[in-house]
Design a protein around this ligand. Structure first.
Ligand code: GAR
Length: 200
C-alpha cells in the first residue's frame, strides 16, 4: 500500500506525535510514513522524541517573525514542501493558522482537539467541560478548516467526567484515548486522500 508522507506539527510534549510515529513503525500497512516533525518552539520536548525515532525534527521559531504570521507560515510551508509532505497531522500545535495556510493544505491537514467537538473549542477544554457540568468529555480528530476547531469530524472518543475531577485528572483520563484515536483517525484521513488522488 502507498504510504503518504506525513509531517507532524507540535509545540511541546509531543505524546500524540509519538503515538503516530509508533503506529506507523508498528504496522507495515499503516498508510502514512512520518518524514518530518516540525515545532514552532525550539525547546519542544517532542523534537527529541522524533530524533530518537529517526525522524527528521526541525523547529521554526514563530517568535522570530513577530506579528507576521504569514512569513512564519511561508517558511513552514516551504519546509513541508521541501520534504515532499502529503499529509499534515497537528498534534498539540498551539498556533492558529491563517486562511492562506489552511487553504493551501485543505483536505490534507487534520488536528486532534481534547474535547467532544463542537463543544469546547479553543483552550482550557477540560476545565470548561467540568464547569459546564458535562457528564462526559473526550477528544476529536477533525479536518482543519478556516474556523478554529470547526472542520468536519473524522472520529471521537469519550471518557466519563467523575465527581471530584480536576482539569488535570480529566486530561490524564483523556490522553490515552487521544493516543489510541489519533492513529485510527489518521488512517481514515489517509484513505480519503488516497481515494481523492485516484479519482483524479
Ligand atoms: C493534547 O491533549 C492535544 O489534544 C491538545 O494539546 C495536547 C498536546 O499534548 N491540543 C490542543 O489543545 C489543540 N487545540 P502532546 O504534545 O503530548 O500531544
Amino acid at each position: 500500500m502507498r504510504r503518504l508522507k506525513l509531517a507532524v506539527l507540535i509545540s511541546g510534549r509531543g505524546s500524540n506525535m509519538e503515538a503516530l510515529l509508533n503506529a506507523a513503525a508498528a504496522d507495515p500497512d499503516f498508510p502514512a510514513q512520518p518524514v518530518l516533525v516540525l515545532s514552532n518552539r525550539p525547546e519542544a520536548a517532542g523534537l527529541k522524541i522524533a530524533e530518537a525515532a529517526g525522524v527528521a525534527a526541525v523547529s521554526i521559531d514563530h517568535k522570530t517573525y513577530g506579528k507576521d504570521r504569514e512569513a512564519f507560515e511561508f517558511h513552514v510551508d516551504a519546509t513541508l514542501r521541501g520534504a515532499n509532505v502529503e499529509v499534515i497531522a497537528l498534534a498539540g500545535f498551539m498556533r492558529v493558522l491563517t486562511p492562506w495556510f489552511v487553504k493551501r493544505w485543505e483536505g490534507r491537514m487534520i488536528n486532534i482537539h481534547p474535547s467532544l467537538l463542537p463543544k469546547h473549542k479553543g483552550l482550557d477544554t477540560h476545565q470548561r467541560a467540568i464547569d459546564a457540568g458535562d457528564a462526559e468529555a473526550g477528544c476529536s480528530v477533525h479536518w482543519v478548516s478556516a474556523g478554529v476547531d470547526e472542520g468536519e469530524i473524522i472520529a471521537q472518543a469519550r471518557v466519563p467526567i467523575l465527581t471530584g475531577d480536576t482539569a488535570d485528572s480529566l486530561a490524564a483520563r483523556t490522553l490515552p484515548e487521544e493516543h489510541r484515536l489519533y492513529p485510527e483517525a489518521l488512517k481514515i484521513a489517509c484513505k480519503k486522500i488516497l481515494e481523492d488522488m485516484t479519482d483524479g
